[in-house]
Design a protein around this ligand. Structure first.
Ligand SMILES: Cc1cc2nc3c(=O)[nH]c(=O)nc-3n(C[C@H](O)[C@H](O)[C@H](O)COP(=O)(O)O)c2cc1C
Length: 368
C-alpha cells in the first residue's frame, strides 16, 4: 500500500502545513527511495539470457510485495525457482495460495522477457512435489517475442481511487479474453460492498492487522533497507511520521485517530471502483494457483496496454476463520459451485503511480 499525496493531505487534515520553503522543496525531492527502485532501472541490463529474463521477473506482482522467490542457476540453461518460506504470510494466506499465485506471475514474466531474446521457456512445475522447487524452467531457442512485453515497465497494482468513468464495453470485451469482468451496476455494487466489509475484517482482526503492520516500511530509509512489504513513503507521509501522526503503534491501535483515518482512506479508495476482474479455477491445486498467477500477469499487462488500472483486493478470498462469511459470499457471488475464486481485482481508470520497491536480482540468487 503506498498512499498518494492526495490521501496524505486528507490524513494531515490541516494539522500540519508544509510551507513552500527551500528546505521543504529539498525534503520533497530527496524522499524518493532510489536504492529500492534501482532494480527497475537494472531490468534488461544483463547479457546472459536467464539473468536478462529474471531481471524482469523480479518486477512481478506478488502479495504484500514479499518477493518470495529464490533462483538457482547452477544447471546450464535452467532456472530452478524455489519458494523462500521465510516470506510466507501465515495470517492472511495460511495455505500459501496467494504466495504461489505470485510465483506464477514471476514465471510468466520470466517467460515473456525470455521471448524477447528468442528463448522459449518450458516449466516443469513442482517436479519433486509441493516441498521441492516450484519449477525447473528450461530455456530453449525458438520463441517469437511476446508483444505484451512492451507494458512490463509500466505495469502497476494501482492502489488509488479510480475515476467514475465506466470501463467502455469495447475494453470489457477485450479483457473478457483474460478474466471474467464484472461491470453491471448491481453486480459492481454487491462486489464493492463485499470488498469493503472484508477489508474491515482484516483491519479489525488483531493478528491479520499485525501481520500487515509488521511489514510496513515507514519512510525512505526503511524502504531502502528492506525494499519489500508495504512501503509508506513520499514527502507527505514522511511529514506525518516526523510529527508522529503515522507510527506502527497508531496503526495497531484501532481507537487511534491515525488508524481510523487510514481505514477511511482505504474504504474511500475501495468505493471508487467502476468494475472488477475475477479469476477462478475448477480445482485448487498448486498448478492451478501457478496458472492463475500467469493469467493475472497477462491481464495486468493488458489492462496497462488499454490504459486501465488494476488492483488486487484479496481480503474476501482469504482463508482464515474470521473471514469465513465473506469468503463464502465471494464464492457464491463470483464462482460456480465448487470452484475457487483465486483473484479479485478492482478495474477502472486510475492515476499513474510510482513503481514499488524490489530486492535486486543478486539478492535472490541461491548461490550469490
Ligand atoms: C496474489 C496477490 C494478491 C494480492 N492482494 C492484494 C491486496 O489484497 N491488496 C493490495 O493492495 N494489493 C494486493 N496485491 C498487489 C501487491 O501488493 C503488489 O503486487 C505488490 O505490492 C507489488 O506492487 P506492483 O504490483 O505495483 O509491482 C496482490 C498481489 C498478488 C499477486
Amino acid at each position: 500500500m503506498s498512499i498518494s499525496r492526495r490521501k496524505a493531505i486528507s490524513l494531515i487534515g490541516g494539522g500540519v502545513v508544509l510551507a513552500a520553503t527551500a528546505a521543504t522543496t529539498a525534503f520533497v525531492t530527496t524522499r524518493t527511495p532510489h536504492k529500492a527502485l534501482a532494480p527497475w532501472l537494472a531490468a534488461g541490463s544483463y547479457a546472459e539470457p536467464r539473468k536478462f529474463a529474471l531481471s524482469f521477473a523480479i518486477l512481478a506482482p506478488n502479495p504484500h510485495n514479499r518477493q518470495p522467490w529464490i533462483v538457482d542457476l547452477s544447471q546450464e540453461g535452467k532456472v530452478v525457482l524455489l519458494r523462500d518460506k521465510q516470506r510466507d504470510l501465515p495470517m492472511t494466506d495460511p495455505h500459501n495460495r496467494q504466495i504461489i499465485i505470485g510465483l506464477g506471475c514471476f514465471l510468466e514474466l520470466m517467460g515473456i522477457a525470455a521471448s524477447q531474446k528468442g528463448f522459449e521457456v518450458e516449466h516443469d512445475l513442482f517436479p519433486d512435489g509441493e516441498d521441492g522447487p516450484v519449477s525447473v524452467s528450461t530455456f530453449r531457442p525458438g520463441a517469437q517475442p511476446v508483444p505484451l512485453f512492451a507494458q512490463v515497465m509500466q505495469r502497476r497494482s494501482c492502489k488509488e481511487p479510480f475515476s467514475d468513468t465506466a470501463v467502455p464495453s469495447r475494453l470489457v470485451r477485450e479483457l473478457s479474453k483474460f478474466a471474467k469482468i464484472i461491470d453491471r451496476p448491481d453486480d459492481v455494487a454487491a462486489v464493492r460492498k463485499l470488498t469493503l466489509d472484508a477489508f474491515k475484517v482484516e483491519a479489525l482482526t488483531p493478528h491479520t492487522m499485525r501481520e500487515s503492520v509488521e511489514l510496513m516500511r515507514l519512510g525512505k530509509s526503511e524502504i531502502n533497507a528492506n525494499p519489500d512489504g508495504i512501503d509508506l513513503g513520499g514527502p507527505f507521509l514522511e511529514a506525518l511520521m516526523l510529527t508522529e501522526q503515522l507510527t506502527r503503534e497508531s496503526q495497531l491501535d484501532t481507537n487511534s485517530s491515525g488508524f481510523r483515518q487510514g481505514l477511511d482512506i482505504y474504504l474511500e479508495m475501495l468505493t471508487a471502483t467502476p468494475a472488477y476482474a475475477v479469476l477462478a479455477t475448477a480445482s485448487n491445486d498448486r498448478k492451478d494457483q501457478i496458472e492463475t498467477g500467469r493469467k493475472w500477469l497477462r491481464l495486468n499487462l493488458m489492462t496497462t496496454r488499454l490504459g486501465l488500472a488494476l488492483h488486487p483486493v484479496s481480503q474476501a478470498l482469504q482463508e482464515y476463520p474470521e473471514m469465513a462469511d465473506h469468503y463464502r459470499s465471494a464464492h457464491d457471488m463470483l464462482a460456480r459451485p465448487g470452484h475457487t475464486v483465486q483473484m479479485l481485482g478492482r478495474l477502472g481508470f486510475g492515476p499513474t503511480v510510482q513503481a514499488s520497491p524490489r530486492w535486486p536480482l543478486e539478492k535472490k540468487l541461491a548461490h550469490g
